[in-house]
Design a protein around this ligand. Structure first.
Ligand SMILES: CC(C)(COP(=O)(O)OP(=O)(O)OC[C@H]1O[C@@H](n2cnc3c(N)ncnc32)[C@H](O)[C@@H]1OP(=O)(O)O)[C@@H](O)C(=O)NCCC(=O)NCCS
Length: 227
């Protein structure tokens, strides 16, 4: 199994980590065990591996938290002055973390391209996105659909901690640039007006084997221009 290089999804101020979800998952601090105490083994392992990745990234930023909390809506409670995101798919887990000096939000998502169905695609794509995907070769459409799904999950993970309000897949329209392996995001007006610097939101993607990973970042106004 290939472990994707998640760093290529983000500007250099974002620290990433990615590892396999093994049978022997890392141990959790007691304060974090409570979040998965009643969960099945698979969930315990993905949760522990995600937190392990996040802790490794935090260490690189010189932050050593004893435990990472979890908000009622499921997003991690990051240390002060940190933003970040965690994702897991069947076999791997990843995290992306940055200082609030550089980013107001970060979203990371990892998906298997083999799990997309036309039913899911209909639910998540805007008409504009359907038109764009229909113009791709038939054999690549499943990949593009999964990419759009993953990108929108990354957008959600990046913005939810800022606005703390649920928004569905119709709230973002993607403009994908296959040459640059990147995408821009046009937010629905009611969401956009709640995000300072919403026009700075940008994303990148990568395909690795049967995995697609996406990263979205909302840089602070003072952050260096990104690619
Ligand atoms: C929350 C959600 C984005 C998680 O994505 P997923 O593909 O199911 O699962 P992933 O493994 O990639 O990510 C799970 C991690 O996301 C994080 N997460 C959970 N809820 C979150 C939220 N509201 N905001 C930010 N991050 C969240 C957690 O770290 C979680 O892992 P953990 O519980 O082990 O710490 C997804 O379940 C969801 O609710 N989507 C609907 C909303 C949406 O995507 N709208 C589209 C807007 S354009």
């Amino acid at each position: 199994m290939d472990i994707p290089i998640l760093g290529q999804l983000f500007p250099p101020f974002v620290v990433t980590e990615c590892c396999a979800i093994d049978a022997a998952a890392p141990e959790l601090p007691r304060e974090e065990e409570v979040f998965v105490a009643r969960a099945i083994d698979k969930r315990k392992r993905e949760f522990a591996t995600g937190r392990h990745c996040a802790r490794k990234s935090l260490e690189q930023l010189g932050v050593m938290p004893a435990a990472l909390g979890m908000n009622a809506e499921g997003d991690p409670v990051w240390p002060e002055n940190i933003v970040g995101s965690i994702s897991h798919c069947k076999h791997i887990c990843g995290s992306a973390i940055a200082s609030r000096d550089f980013a107001e939000g970060i979203g990371l998502d990892i998906e298997h391209t083999t799990r997309m169905t036309p039913q899911i695609a209909r639910r998540i794509l805007t008409d504009e996105e359907v038109e764009w995907i229909d113009a791709r070769s038939a054999e690549s459409r499943e990949d593009w659909m999964t990419l759009a799904f993953s990108a929108k999950e990354s957008v959600y993970k990046c913005l939810y901690p800022i606005i703390r309000q649920f928004f569905g897949f119709d709230a973002a329209t993607l403009n994908i640039d296959p040459e640059a392996e990147s995408f821009t995001v046009r937010l629905r007006e009611d969401i956009a007006k709640r995000i300072p610097n919403a026009n700075r939101l940008k994303g990148r993607y990568l395909f690795s084997g049967d995995i697609v990973a996406t990263g979205v970042v909302l840089p602070t106004a003072s952050a260096e221009p990104t690619t």
